[in-house]
Design a protein. Structure first.
Lengths: 209, 202
């Protein structure tokens, strides 16, 4: 119920504080949520991936996350520095469904907030809630270490309730993953992201340089 | 759409919403948070379509089936024609996820309820009660049964941790009479349900 109530307020908030104001609010909520969940440390990628599978990491709050372990991300030396992860269902989908069958329609501000975020921050949002949970992931990654190294999260692709997709080409180039491959992942997943070791010398970055 | 699917919520969205409310409380205190919670619930009720029923029985049927906006977010049972029992708090999953992932439910959620109890009406244990009770009251204003406006009154609420809050002693006999239940029945209902409230028209 709280989620539907909050969405009914987005319109009001956006009219009073502007869509930029709503984005700032949501970014802060994402940051606060990550901060409140605390720090985590793992011996290596296998232990992190097991923790993720068992729902023990902060990332698991979003729902069923799959570590695509066949898609290891390697650095210039060929060492594994991260993996690609995929969320089965968009965190906002149940809320949208509930809004559809309780209120009737999602407020216009939902689209406006997403558009403004895409124009001013990064072109990866398909709904207003992407603002919160994409920021949440970025901040959560900073609170987790694997083999003593801080992590970093890169948003790669997502699919909205109506089928609209967003692909972050720059991030894909950075980690050296084919865009069409990630697009095919969206047939079965709603949101795809990479978790890598912060500061890793990625192949894609080196090639670009 | 089956009602159960509507009741299911996403923990991340709910936990984020709690933190959003706490962020407001940091800036505006319990009074500001109370205002915000009430306007949040009122805005939600206003966004719902109005309802009208020809008879009390058809309203009761809609309420029990979750067809009325008054029970869209809750699973309800009706031991009598005026007594409504919410079997599970609509916030339960979010609260459980919050306590699992974040820790103790922040004290501001209880402080704001104390403010609400002293300034608005007694009946809340935490911020969640303010939202649901305000929503029910505001939604009732948008429902007419046999041409009369529906009214809602709250008898008791039970928090996810088992804490109970019952209406003040001086109000209780009147509320129980309207509900058509006894004090003993109320105690029995509270053992394994989330809240007890009544619906009536003047």
């Amino acid at each position: 119920m709280l989620d539907v109530a909050l969405v009914s307020l987005i319109q009001d908030m956006s009219e009073k504080a502007g869509v930029e104001g709503t984005i700032q609010y949501w970014l802060r909520v994402g940051e606060n949520l990550a901060r409140r969940m605390g720090k985590e440390a793992y011996m290596g990628w296998p232990s992190f991936n097991v923790a993720l599978r068992e729902g023990r990491t902060a990332f698991s709050i979003e729902g069923e996350v799959t570590a695509l372990t066949d898609l290891a991300i390697t650095d210039v030396d060929g060492d594994v520095v991260g993996y690609i992860y995929a969320l089965r269902e968009c965190v906002f989908n149940p809320t949208i469904t509930r809004i559809r069958y309780s209120v009737g329609e999602v407020p216009e501000a939902d689209r406006l907030v997403a558009e403004e975020y895409n124009n001013s921050i990064q072109d990866t949002a398909v709904c207003n809630f992407c603002v919160i949970h994409q920021k949440f992931r970025e901040e959560v990654a900073k609170n987790i270490t694997v083999a003593g190294q801080q992590l970093e999260c890169l948003q790669l692709a997502d699919r909205g309730f109506t089928g609209e997709t967003k692909i972050a080409s720059d991030s894909l180039k950075k980690i050296g993953i084919n865009e069409e491959y990630v697009r095919s992942l969206l047939r079965n997943y709603a949101c795809v992201y990479a978790i890598i070791m912060h500061g890793a010398r990625l192949r894609g970055e080196e090639e670009e340089a | 759409m089956r009602k159960k699917e509507l009741v299911k919520d996403n923990p991340l969205v709910d936990v984020a919403a709690y933190l959003f409310l706490e962020d407001i409380a940091d800036k505006q205190g319990a009074a500001g948070m109370n205002t915000y919670l009430m306007s949040l619930a009122a805005a939600l009720a206003r966004s719902m379509p109005e309802e009208e029923y020809d008879s009390w029985d058809s309203f009761v049927e809609a309420l029990k089936n979750g067809d009325s906006a008054l029970s869209t977010f809750e699973d309800v049972e009706m031991p009598t024609k005026h007594c409504v029992v919410t079997t599970e708090s609509p916030f339960l999953r979010g609260w459980q996820e919050y306590t699992k992932r974040i820790g103790n439910f922040a004290s501001i959620h209880y402080e704001v309820a104390e403010y609400y109890n002293s300034m608005v009406k007694p009946g809340a244990i935490d911020s969640q009660d303010i939202i649901i009770q305000t929503y029910r009251s505001e939604m009732a204003k948008r429902i007419r049964v046999e041409g009369k406006q529906l009214r809602v009154a709250h008898i008791a609420t039970v928090a996810p941790d088992g804490t109970k809050k019952v209406a003040p002693e001086e109000w209780l006999p009147i509320l129980l009479e309207k509900a058509g239940i006894t004090q003993t029945m109320l105690n029995m209902i509270m053992r394994n349900n989330a809240s007890v409230w009544i619906v009536y028209t003047e």
